[in-house]
Design a binder for this molecule. Sequence first.
Ligand code: MRU
Length: 362
Amino acid sequence: MQVNGQPQRTIWFDEAQHCVRIIDQTLLPHHFNILSLHTLDSACHAIISMQVRGAPLIGVTAAFGVYLALREGNTDLAGVCERLLKTRPTAVNLRWALDRVQAELLSLEAERRPTAALGLARLMADEDAAACSAIGDHGLPLLELAWVEKRRRNPAAECLNVLTHCNAGWLATVDWGTALAPIYKAHFKGIPVHVWVDETRPRNQGAFLTAWELQQQGIPHTVIVDNAGGHLMQHGEVDLCLVGSDRTTATGDVCNKIGTYLKALAAFDNGVPFYVALPVSTIDFGLSDGVREIPIEQRHASEVSHMQGLDETGQLSRVQVMTSHSAINNFGFDVTPARLVTALITEKGVFAPTRESLKSLL
Ligand code: MRU
């Protein structure tokens, strides 16, 4: 997608500097900073600190991390992968990427592995961008239909209102995004889309990242507090919900950013379609009960007690928003049962959230 009118990806290999480049997402939307990764340590730190985040991007970063480790002379491929796997527990794309890298490298002699690892990481980045673009193509007809239907019911309707949670845009992938890909494609096709952006406490991926992405592409959007979605749905202000996923079971249960489940409940109660967009690499075919089986990441309490933003002098600063005397729990994700999901939009097409429907993807 574009930043200040220039094409941009979230991760790439810099031939001239022999390093991996990423956008430091912890500074957005206030500063657009590019970081260089030279070591396995820096790749792990980037994932843990959420300089890179979003299920597909975490997977691709891990693949580049393996390359950096091998280039440093680390020959313990299994140990490297184990370390990367521990960086974040919920998004299954991380494991998917590391399994693929290990399977491809294990058959090679040690001296050929670094070059092969770099080639594979770059291939996975390109494949992720292509998959997300295809998710956009498969989701577009759903948005087109929703817009045609809305205009049929109300010829004076001015826009199609889509609600999204967290950031499942190009910043969460290599390019295009998952949930935002159909929105971008619809916008480029002339459908007047307006996006309700959940701020997504505690890290505010909606207010900080999704809003910034949409603004860069010129897409009308409004940031709302996380608790506003149900109210908007009750008043007919949401035509459909579209979110991403960090792990989806073989039965269609969807794990995504904390708060997604509540949006799905409100959508169900108000007859609003609830779509989930994801690459097939996000489906964990080994799991069938998302609530019981998906590991939910718990992050540091300071993400809840403190907030980052610009102070009155325009400097990025961090403030404490509550006292230090209360206990804090910071679950990163929750699970939306398949029964609340209208359909899953993948790069291979649109699927019902059922084992029967998803098994053709195996
Ligand atoms: O904690 P994050 O920012 O990595 O969480 C990201 C999400 O929950 C996204 O919705 C999900 O990864 C899908 S991204 C294409």
